[in-house]
Write a protein that binds this ligand. Sequence first.
Ligand SMILES: NC(=O)C1=CN([C@@H]2O[C@H](COP(=O)(O)OP(=O)(O)OC[C@H]3O[C@@H](n4cnc5c(N)ncnc54)[C@H](O)[C@@H]3O)[C@@H](O)[C@H]2O)C=CC1
Ligand SMILES: O=C(O)C(=O)Cc1ccc(O)cc1
Length: 314
Amino acid sequence: MSGAPLFDRLALIGIGLIGSSLAQAARQRGLVKEIAISTRSPETLQRAEELGLGDVYELDAATAVEGADLVILCVPVGANEAVAKWIKPALKPGAILTDAGSTKGSVVDQVGPHVPDGVHFVPGHPIAGTEQSGPDAGFPTLFDERWCILTPPEGTDPAAVEKLTKFWEGCGSTVDIMDAKHHDLVLAIVSHLPHLIAYNIVGTADDLEAVTKSEVIKYSASGFRDFTRLAASDPIMWRDVCLNNKDAILEMLARFSEDLSALQRAIRWGDGEQLFDLFTRTRGIRRSIIEAGQETDAPDFGRHGKPGSANLAE
Ligand SMILES: NC(=O)C1=CN([C@@H]2O[C@H](COP(=O)(O)OP(=O)(O)OC[C@H]3O[C@@H](n4cnc5c(N)ncnc54)[C@H](O)[C@@H]3O)[C@@H](O)[C@H]2O)C=CC1
Ligand SMILES: O=C(O)C(=O)Cc1ccc(O)cc1
C-alpha cells in the first residue's frame, strides 16, 4: 500500500494465527506506524517478540491499548468480555475498537456494554483462516482476496466504519457490512456446521471398534483427509464458537439432521433417483463457486476472486 499510514498505533490483543497475520500484513503494507502486542501467556508474548511481530510487547492489555487509535481483539470469542473489561479504562477517546471473532452477536452483547463513550465499536470477522493456531502460524497474505464482514451496531459513526474498511482493504480483503444476527446465521451453515461435521466424523472414525486407527490413517481417501484438517482446528476457539452461536448452530444442526434422515431413508428404500437428484444439485453448487472465482482447491477457506481474476482452473 502506498500513502500515509491509516493509524498511528495498532494494539493487537491476542497474537495467534489472526493477530500474527494482521501484524505482518499491517506492517508490510504500511497501514500503521506502530504495533503494540499483548497476550495472556508470557511464552506466547516472547515468541511474538522473537518473530518481530510488533514494536511494543505488554502482558498488561490495558497498557498495550494506551494511545492506540485502532484496537483489535484477536482472542477466542469466549475471552472477549474479560478483555473488554480489562482494557476499558485505558481506551483512547476516538479510538476504533474491533475484533476478529467468528461469532458476532455474542461480541456485540458481551463487549458492547464495556465500550466507553467516544470509542467507536465496530465488530469484524475476516473470513480467512486455517486449522493452525499460535503466532508462528500467521502469514501476511492470509487476508488477500478474502471477505471481511463488519457488523457495526446501529448508530455507529460511518467515518469509523469507513476507516476500518480501508484498513481491511489495505490487508487485501473486500469488506461486506451486515447485521450481526444475519452474520451468525450465514456463518453457522458455511463455517460452523462444516467444522462440527468434521469433528464428528473424525471422532466417529476414531471410535470404530472394527476398524483400527492405523487403517483409518492408511486408507483415508482425500475426502476423509479434508475432514481431518478441519477437525485439527483449535479446540478452545471452536468450543467458544459453539457456545457463542448456540441458537444458529442448533437451528442448522436440526435442518442438517432432517436432511440426513431423508438420505438415510433413500438409501434404505433404494431410492436411487432421490440420491442422484441431490448429488446433481450439490455438484452445481460447487460449479457455481468455481465460476464465481471462489477457487477452493487451496487447502484453506476459499478466496474470492476480484473482478477479472476469477480462477476457472477446474
Ligand atoms: N483460526 C481461524 O481460522 C480464524 C479465527 N478467527 C477468530 O479470530 C480469533 C483468534 O483466533 P486465532 O488467532 O485463530 O486463535 P489462536 O488460538 O491462534 O490465538 C489466540 C490468542 O489469544 C490469546 N488469548 C487467549 N485467551 C486470552 C485472554 N483471555 N486474554 C488475552 N489473550 C488471550 C492466546 O494466547 C493467543 O495468543 C478467534 O476469535 C477466532 O474465532 C477468525 C477467522 C479465522
Ligand atoms: O481453515 C478453514 O477451512 C476455515 O474455515 C478457516 C476459518 C475458520 C474460522 C473462521 O471464522 C473463518 C475461517
